[in-house]
Ligand binder design. Sequence first.
Ligand code: R5P
Length: 300
Amino acid sequence: MKKILIAGPASQILGVKIAQELAIEVINTETKLFPDGENYVRINIEDETLIADKEVIIIQSTGPSSNGNQNKRLMELFMMIDSVKRMGAKSIIVVAPYLAYARQDKVFRPGESLFANVVFRFINSLGIDELYTVDIHAQHVLKECTCKTVNIDSMKLLADYIKSKGAEDIVVVSPDKGAVERSKAFARHFGENVPVEVFEKKRDLKTGEIKMSGVLSLKGKDVVIADDIIATGGTMATAIKLARESGANKIFAVATHALLLDQAKYRILKAGADEIIGTDSIDNEACKVSLSKIIADYLK
Ligand code: R5P
């Protein structure tokens, strides 16, 4: 079946790179915001038969960036799926490296919505065939999706980048217990016996305030602090400060999805990070590693 790729407004560069890896045609989109605030997306084609009977791959990360928040990105994704479906796509594959609302995977306080599941129910109702995401915050939310799902692991790519920067005598530090398994898996990409150390983190569910503690033996070590998401940078900056106090040499602040909201860059660098490293899941200045090849390999 002939494949065609649509580079959504949030993932234009990544979309083009994946299309090049797959050697298939790529189409972009036209977007605008109506005066009343409603979103508009149009797949940029004049001939709708281009889509009919094709396997259509839609690339759209749904994280916030300078020109769109999560809600806008999700609406655009839903609209693109609806458009290609209406134009008679034979099958629809969605690649959303960052899945918005994945952190709302539990009811943390009475009265909350389990909105991660709701996002999947929206997607289910639109009828896609496959969904690919990258290092999703909580893997269990994918169970809500009725189509085939794949959670791609970006850790080797991130580790290779850090190795290329000459990091030596590495310790991987997990900023909280929830990230320990991920950190252990990450450490294996640096070598067999690379140690993993953990800080203790507590977040106040009402105020969002973070408290972190721990004294580690990091004297002279190059420290890699790995998380799935950097949002406000609070978690990362606090961990970096403690790592500095524990004698770390170089500190690499690493996240698959470096959203870098508000003052995040300032907080992380001021806390003492040597570099902030993210992937092109989020198209910003922290994007040092491209997911294009690994995603293309899965799509082949
Ligand atoms: C939380 O469990 C996540 O893995 C990240 O640690 C969190 O999203 C980071 O948020 P922030 O940068 O706002 O501290």
